[in-house]
Structures are given as C-alpha cells and as structure tokens.
Write a protein that binds this ligand. Structure first.
Ligand code: ACO
Length: 401
C-alpha cells in the first residue's frame, strides 16, 4: 500500500490527476464542448450550422483567426493555399525511401518534421506574425503530401495540385486522377469531404492537440510541433480508430454474429473494445457522429453505392445501445464510427483514413498553437508523485558492492 503521509512529506502537495481526466490546462476561446448535452461549437458557431453554410477552408480561417473570413479574406487565403501547395523538389525523393507498406501516418509525420529543415529561418515570431502563410503552407502541403504518398503506394505518377479547384476537389483530383483514367470530380463527393473535414477540424484539448500545446510550449518550430501532433493522432485510441472500425466491421461481417463481438467488448479479460464507441468527454451521442450517420445514409442512397458494412454498423449500434453495459457507461458511437464507411464510398483506401483526419485537424492544431504562443503559457511541465525507492532502501545495495 502507498504511504500517503510519507508521500506528502516527500513530494509536497500536488494535484494528482493521471491522464488529466479532470484538469483544465489552459483558457481557450476556440472550441466549446458540452459532453453531457452533445454540443460542439467552433468560435461560438454550432457545427450543425457550419456544415450547412461554410466550406472547410472558411472553417480553417475561423479557427485560426476567430472570425469567418470576408469574401476578400477568403480569396486571399485561397491564393495562399495555391501558392503554398507544392513540395520542395528535394522532398519528393523522400517518398522513394520509405519501406513498402509503411503506414502513411508515419510517412506524414516524418515529412512534416522535415519541413522544419527546409524552412529553418521561420522563427516563432515570424510564424506568429505571418500565421496565414504558415497555416496555408501546412494545410496545403499536407494535402499534397498525403496524395503523393498514396500515388507512390500504388505505383502511379503523382498528380500536381490545380489552382482552379477548391481545397477538397483538389485533393480528390490529386488522389484519383490518372493518365489512363481521368477522374470526374463529383460535386456531391466534394460536399461530403467538406463536411467530414469540418467535423474533424477541432476538438479542444484532445490527445493530439494537447501534444501540440505541450511540444509547442518549449517554443519548438511549428512544423516539428505539428509532426508530434500527427504522431499522437496515429494511435488506435485516438485518430487511428477510424481505420480500426472498418477492420472490426469486416471481422463482424465475416463472422455474422454481432452479439458475440458485443460480449467480447464487455469482457474485462478480453482486450477487444468496440472501436468507434465511447469518448472521454461525450457521455451522449457524439454530435459529429449524428451528422455523419445521416450524411452516410443519404450519400450512399444518392450515389447508389451499396456497402454491406453500413448494415453491420447499424446492427452493432442497435445491439450496443440496448445493452446495459453500454447504457451504464454512456458508451455511444463517436465521430469515427461512420466516418470510414463514407471514406470507403469516396474511394479512400483504409490506410489513408487517419491521414484524412490529420488533414482535417490541422487548422485546429494551428489555432491552438497560435493561442498558446500568443498567451502567457509557460513551458508545460507537470509534477509527479514519486513512489520509487528511498535512500534507506538503496543504501543496503550500495553497501554490498
Ligand atoms: N468498448 C467496450 N468498453 C468500453 C469502450 C469500448 N469502446 N470504451 C470504454 N469502455 C468501458 C471501459 O472498459 C470502462 O469500463 P469500466 O468502467 O468497467 O472499467 C469504461 O467504459 C470507461 O472507459 P475508459 O477507457 O475509462 O474511458 P476513457 O475516457 O479513458 O477512454 C476512449 C475513452 C479511449 C475513447 C475509449 O472509449 C475507447 O477506447 N474507445 C474505443 C476507441 C475509439 O473509438 N477511439 C476514438 C475516440 S474519438 C477520437 O479520438 C477522435
């Protein structure tokens, strides 16, 4: 048993909150979440309104600047996205040296970190002054990197970004256009991608954003900081869950027994969890999942695309939401549960799902980084409660030597 009185003598009084379940680390004006009521707002605007009335690039601007752009500001920002959309020529060769089958998230975090080497003179002050350029370069280049990584992985020539296309249309074109089969950009696909990107654009102090704030608090270069955020996002308990959901739904489909998997998820001796279910903050239906579920049904119907995994997902949800284990623990579908089905319908391969999340989350990371360095934040340095050996315990070992 831990001797609390002695610990207090050794450590002094500190707040112990493992995994920061109940610790606010900062003030923020960016995103509001009410996990009990299922509310999510960016800069005061409900996500339900943003997906109806705005484009992803406008939401990126909103998160970073605090206001939706005027027409003039939007055009200037779009120009910056175009001007900053190309990789340094030398960086293109990097893609050739990753092992075949490397996960695109690892490629992406490495490539973003490499940006720090290509832009070494971009110091904290100039990045903060020229936040539009830094944001545009990141958002735009990451899109190009993601599409290039995919093209490399399938052995196709890369497709360069086009200045006449919107952000999402450009991405789809870079992913799917090819000399043998020209890609037809479908406005509905562009609309869905916009919605998915808007819904993933920020989520206050989640694991990757906290990583960005923590690493950034040491005044690390913005690109290296974002690369750390991408690494955090790649984990299966965070952004990696969208890929895991599809893998799980395929397993359930092949087996045919939904109940068996629900029971496995309930078994404390089994590490299996229902991927895409549960959330640290939401104790009700994730408002992003509610929108994505609706859009998923509508998109599949409109495009006559049939995906048996949608039926499996529906059944899993139905069984889980009537099971006392899930009810008592307030476990509902989260943003990742239906996202993968939409990505599949858009033709995005599964190992790119988390990369899509990273593309979308970039404005949120930049907004938090900007807020953090613009404020009075000191370097992040939590305390600990030491429970290791004492000198009395180690003295004997030393005496024997
Ligand atoms: N399947 C089965 N049981 C679950 C699940 C799940 N998906 N999620 C939580 N539980 C159970 C836990 O076993 C625990 O049970 P207990 O009280 O009997 O010990 C209880 O619910 C609370 O769960 P915690 O793990 O303590 O909750 P925490 O807030 O730490 O974790 C998390 C949240 C990581 C999202 C968790 O729900 C999970 O692992 N979900 C599956 C992975 C996933 O979908 N991640 C994406 C999250 S959204 C995002 O990052 C974009």
């Amino acid at each position: 048993a831990i001797d609390i009185a002695n610990l207090r003598r050794e450590t002094g009084y500190v707040t112990l909150d493992p995994s920061f379940m109940n610790t606010a680390a900062c003030y923020s004006q960016i995103t509001y979440i009410d996990g009990e009521k299922g509310i999510l707002r960016y800069r005061g605007i409900p996500i339900e309104d943003l997906v109806k009335k705005t484009m992803f690039v406008e939401v990126a601007y909103l998160l970073v600047h605090g206001e939706l752009p005027t027409e003039d500001e939007r055009q200037k920002f779009s120009e910056l996205l175009n001007v900053n959309s190309m990789l340094h020529e030398d960086m293109r060769h990097f893609f050739d040296h990753f092992p075949a089958g490397a996960h695109p998230m690892h490629i992406l975090s490495t490539m973003i970190n490499a940006l720090a080497a290509f832009y070494p003179n971009v110091d904290l002050k100039s990045m903060a002054d020229d936040i539009d350029v830094s944001t545009a370069r990141l958002i735009s280049i990451v899109r190009t990197m993601a599409a290039f990584a995919y093209k490399k992985s399938i052995g196709d020539p890369v497709v360069y970004p086009r200045h006449d296309l919107s952000y999402c249309a450009n991405f789809l074109n870079m992913m799917f256009d090819s000399p043998v089969k020209p890609y037809q950009i479908h406005p509905e696909a562009v609309r869905i991608l916009n919605i998915l990107f808007i819904l993933h654009a920020d989520h206050e102090q989640n694991c990757s954003t906290t990583t960005v704030r923590t690493v950034g608090s040491a005044q690390v270069n913005l690109y290296a900081t974002i690369s750390a955020g991408i690494s955090a996002l790649s984990g299966p308990l965070h952004g990696g869950a969208n890929q895991e959901v599809i893998e799980m739904l395929k397993l359930i489909q092949a087996d045919g027994n939904v109940r068996k998997f629900i029971d496995m998820a309930k078994d404390r001796n089994n590490p299996f969890r229902l991927m895409g279910f549960g959330h640290r903050v939401y104790k009700t239906y994730d408002p992003r999942a509610a929108i994505i579920k609706k859009e998923c049904h509508a998109y599949l119907e409109k495009t006559n695309y049939s995906d048996p995994l949608l039926d499996v997902a529906r059944q899993v949800e139905e069984v889980a939401l009537t099971d006392p284990y899930f009810i008592e623990r307030n476990l509902y579908p989260n943003v990742d549960f239906y996202t993968g089905i939409l990505y599949r319908a858009l033709g995005i391969p599964e190992n790119m799902f988390t990369v899509m999340f990273a593309l979308a989350r970039l404005p949120g990371w930049v907004a938090h980084w900007k807020e953090m360095i613009g404020g009075t934040t000191k370097i992040v340095r939590p305390r600990q409660v030491y429970i290791g050996k004492t000198p009395a315990e180690t003295a004997e070992v030393l005496a024997r030597r």
